[in-house]
Design a protein. Structure first.
Length: 560
């Protein structure tokens, strides 16, 4: 007999159903023996003792076969072969039970129907009809044998204990009940096979559709979960009372706290000052959030109702983003725009001032040479000359700032360049015994492709600014970090007077002097040079405690 190759889904169904069929078989065996024993005791049949004995033998055999199949199911992966073996053994044993319990008078031909139903569950539809046909043939053979008296008579002579079978077979020579029994069985077996196989097939199709729909739902749920987990925006859900129920990883990262810490807390304790309608949600707002480490972050937050189809509004969803870097970039863009405007304006003004300034300086010099002046007049002339030179230097610096910078890039060791600047600073007129330079420079060179003269000017302007910020002495710390393959960081920090918040906001704008004798162009030129190297400069300062300049330069500044 050729067995069809089962599909993967069909094999999985077989592997799930076979253990249950084995367990059901044990229940049926127990019921068969118990019911038949009870009937025999109540009817006080003359054949009860003998039939019960042979029924017991059949039941024990059936139990033994069931135990064998239970063990075989754990060892073999050929589930289709197991299904065929179990069903055919069931048919054989049921035929034996029908025979020993009275053939045509037996109560158990209906057990064939159970086998057919189990076949519809375990096997394809065509195989179910084959099992029904085999069951009909076996039952028909058993019943036909009951009407062969000569065979049983000879057998009873050799086995007197089975004489009841011969007596039962000779009770009637009328074959009418046999024909009716066979006809009814034929109709019943195939009717049950048709109906049960049809229902089983429909269940399989429905189950396949359900698995497919379940798989689609699971896939959609997984996609939604992955989207939420992969979002860069923070997402928090709350119940109607405003207590946190869940959050995504981005929310935990932005807030610096995990779900275990925040779960169950009211949302106003996380975002104080938010204003929202408990039913309609909240329009987008910006607020300041304090991280556990003490750092302030600017967050943009909005909320909407959390709606379920069956239950309506069950809570709220809060969506928020960290806007700190965005706000900083906006401030930088505004500063760049202001500086570009000032640069264009200053270039025109500088050219207009420089020409009359040169005339004034020349006239004063001629007047000093041709006129006889007393001491006061000479002093006034010197003041005018000095102020003219100072103003001319200011205009020259401003022109240098307003003109587009030109860079000549070459490979330079930043550590060596900074060391040379610090050495010059130690011979600065303002450098005293109360000043100290703390060097934290790497032993190995930190190479970068830069304009060495321009970067030296950056270092000098910042160091000069730090020195002026420490009029009574202090420490200047110089560090270089070159671990990154793309960037190098230079840090210059002082312990001076620091900057106020208003000074920090306009620190790199021209004509914002921090000291009485400054022009206000030194840090503006620094910013311009760093930007020209596609780098970045940041300043952190606390009034009265000093400032910290961080310069990030790309290793190859020729590329933006």
């Amino acid at each position: 007999m050729m067995r069809e190759r089962p599909s993967q889904v069909f094999t999985e169904e077989l592997s799930a159903w076979l253990p249950w069929v084995i367990k059901i078989r044990f229940v049926i065996i127990s019921l068969v023996f118990s019911i038949d024993f009870a009937i025999s005791q109540l009817m006080q049949s003359t054949r009860s003792a003998t039939s019960i004995r042979y029924l017991g033998i059949s039941v024990i055999l059936w139990f033994t076969v069931g135990l064998f199949f239970l063990i075989y199911n754990q060892l073999s992966r050929d589930f289709l072969l197991q299904a065929y073996l179990q069903l055919f053994f069931d048919i054989i044993i049921i035929s034996a039970i029908v025979h020993v319990t009275g053939d045509l008078d037996s109560h158990w031909p209906s057990l064939y129907l159970i086998v057919i139903i189990l076949a519809s569950i375990l096997l394809p539809r065509a195989s179910t009809f084959m099992v029904a046909a085999v069951s009909f043939v076996c039952m028909g053979a058993v019943l036909e044998m009951a009407y062969l008296p000569s065979l049983y008579s000879d057998f009873s002579l050799r086995h007197p204990s089975l004489s009841f079978l011969a007596n039962a077979s000779q009770t009637s020579g009328d074959t009418g009940p046999l024909q009716v029994k066979i006809f009814v069985s034929l109709f019943g077996f195939f009717a049950v096979a048709y109906l049960s196989s049809y229902l089983a097939e429909r269940l399989r199709v429905t189950g396949a559709e359900l698995r497919d729909k379940s798989g689609q739902v699971a896939s959609l749920q997984a996609i939604n979960e992955n989207i939420i987990q992969s979002m860069r925006d923070g997402l928090i859900t709350t119940n109607l009372e405003g207590r946190i129920t869940d959050m995504n990883p981005a929310a935990a990262s932005i807030l610096g706290q995990n779900l275990n810490v925040l779960k169950g807390k009211p949302i106003p304790s996380i975002f104080p000052g938010i204003d929202f309608d408990g039913h309609l949600g909240m329009a987008r707002q910006e607020l300041t959030y304090l991280l556990p480490e003490g750092e302030h972050r600017i967050l943009g937050i909005a909320s909407s109702p959390l709606v379920q189809t069956e239950s309506g509004v069950v809570g709220h969803v809060y969506n928020f983003q960290d806007l700190t870097d965005e706000k900083r970039r906006e401030a930088e863009y505004r500063a760049k725009d202001r500086m570009a405007t000032l640069g264009r304006l200053s270039a025109g003004i500088a050219h207009e001032i420089r020409n009359p300034l040169a005339s004034i300086a020349g006239s004063v010099k001629i007047l000093r040479d041709i006129a006889k002046l007393d001491d006061d007049q000479t002093k006034l002339i010197e003041i005018v000359s000095g102020e003219s030179e100072r103003l001319n230097k200011l205009v020259s610096d401003f022109l240098a700032y307003s003109v587009d910078q030109r860079f000549e890039f070459r490979e330079v060791d930043l550590s060596k360049l900074l060391e040379e600047t610090l050495l010059l600073l130690e011979h600065h007129p303002l450098f005293s015994e109360d000043h100290r330079i703390k060097r934290k420079l790497p032993k190995s060179p930190v190479m970068a492709h830069i304009d060495s003269d321009k970067i030296r000017q950056v270092f000098w302007n910042i160091c000069d600014n730090c020195l002026k910020a420490m009029p009574r002495g202090g420490t200047l710390t110089a560090e270089i970090f070159g671990d990154s393959s793309q960037n190098a960081s230079v840090i210059l920090a002082d312990t001076g007077i620091g900057f106020s918040d208003s000074q920090l906001e306009k620190l790199f704008e021209p004509f914002q002097p921090g000291f009485s004798n400054g022009t206000g162009l030194g840090l503006a030129i620094v910013y311009q040079i760093v930007e020209g190297h596609h780098g970045r400069i940041q300043v952190g300062s606390t009034l009265g405690k000093g400032s910290r300049f961080t310069i990030e330069l790309p290793r190859d500044a020729r590329r933006p």
